[in-house]
Design a protein around this ligand. Structure first.
Ligand code: NCD
Length: 355
């Protein structure tokens, strides 16, 4: 069922529950990870568990009483050392809806801004007995480093140009709800692939779930080896080719803050060649959906009429973000290995790596 039809049916933003469960494996598969550092390292069954549990939390989030006690008594620290609106807000809401004590730490006004090393930050978080640390960092690999040096479960909320696993999971959740499946779909991801951790995590996850991925962008915004970013990736420099037959078209932001001047001539020229406006929309499959992780550069990669139009599931992605992050926090906080031992660990545990 298309997102459009689903919405018309029950008047809500989302459609009714899908008839088909995500995977049959997921119900019997137990979550084996203490951290979520990337899609790299997850199995299709792991993804299935996250998406299934997210469905429960989506329903909970739609109720008047949105709280569960899943993480009651636990401390969640959101360490955001790079700008964020949606991701930070949704991790905060997710933690609160699960009953955790949530502390938000951002880059300005923290010791990181005064030159504290990530290792020292990790030791301090440990001394505060954080149970889960969600980290966004400008350096690729920062969450992995934190995971090595803290007893907490670490969730990667975006590290440099590397990975953004919860974004890929919420995108998969959104696609699955709109299309009823992931396997066999054709997903076009267009824009600044080179700088995009969203593209990397999506290429891995969609490949894992047997969807075909087409990466599209100007030569300067595609890594030379873009075809190895995921097991089902093909590459094109032509938007018309990317969208042809696509079930999903995911537009990415031009990352101005990471771009050198030479990479993009003018925003207008870019939008003429790679922007998604009504003309391109008309050439897409009639039931294809339009996605964007946000923040949108309106009028550059996405025309406002398309961003706000009936084919756009951008706000569905935002809603899914809270539900999927609740699922991830619940899984690493309650199901992951080492969780039960944590409460018994001595306060000095920061000196050693815990199993
Ligand atoms: C993305 C990110 O930070 O990587 N945004 C997000 O998490 N919603 C994409 C972007 O910044 O363009």
């Amino acid at each position: 069922m298309s997102a459009l039809a689903a919405r018309a049916d029950d008047g809500s933003h989302w459609g009714p529950m899908l008839e088909r469960p995500l995977t049959n494996m997921a119900t019997t598969h137990s979550w084996p990870h203490r951290h979520l550092l990337g899609i790299d390292g997850l199995s299709a069954a792991d993804v299935g568990v996250v998406l299934e549990r997210a469905e429960t939390y989506l329903q909970l989030s739609r109720q008047r009483e949105k709280k569960s006690a899943t993480l009651r008594g636990r401390t969640l620290i959101n360490l955001f050392l790079e700008d964020s609106t949606r991701t930070r807000g949704s991790f905060e809401l997710a933690g609160k809806r699960l009953g955790a004590d949530v502390v938000n730490v951002s880059s300005s006004g923290t010791s990181a801004a005064k030159g504290e090393t990530l290792l020292d930050t990790a030791r301090n978080l440990d001394a505060m007995r954080a149970d889960i640390v969600v980290v966004r960092h400008g350096a690729s690999g920062a969450p992995h480093m934190l995971a090595e040096h803290t007893g907490a479960s670490v969730v990667n909320a975006g590290d440099g140009q590397h990975e953004h696993p919860t974004q890929a999971l919420l995108d998969a959740f959104t696609i699955h709800r709109a299309k009823g499946k992931l396997a066999g779909l054709r997903v076009a991801i267009c824009g600044d692939i080179y700088h995009s951790r969203v593209a990397r995590s999506n290429a891995l996850l969609l490949g894992l779930m047997k969807a075909d991925v087409v990466l599209c962008g100007p030569r300067t915004m595609l890594p030379r080896d873009a075809n190895v970013l995921g097991p089902t990736v093909t590459v094109t420099h032509r938007l018309a080719e990317a969208i042809e037959g696509a079930d999903v078209v995911m537009m990415l932001r031009i990352q101005k803050e990471r771009l050198g001047k030479a990479m993009m001539s003018t925003a207008r020229e870019y939008s003429r060649t790679f922007g998604l406006g009504p003309r391109v929309l008309a050439a897409m499959k009639p039931d294809a959906i339009v996605m964007h992780p946000g923040p949108i550069n309106r009028g550059v990669e996405l025309e406002p009429t398309v961003a706000d139009g009936p084919r756009s599931v951008v706000l569905d992605q935002v809603e899914a973000g809270v539900a999927v992050r609740m699922a991830v926090l619940d899984l690493v906080g309650n199901d992951g290995p080492g969780v039960m031992r944590r409460e018994d660990a001595p306060a000095s545990r920061s000196k050693g790596k815990r199993a």
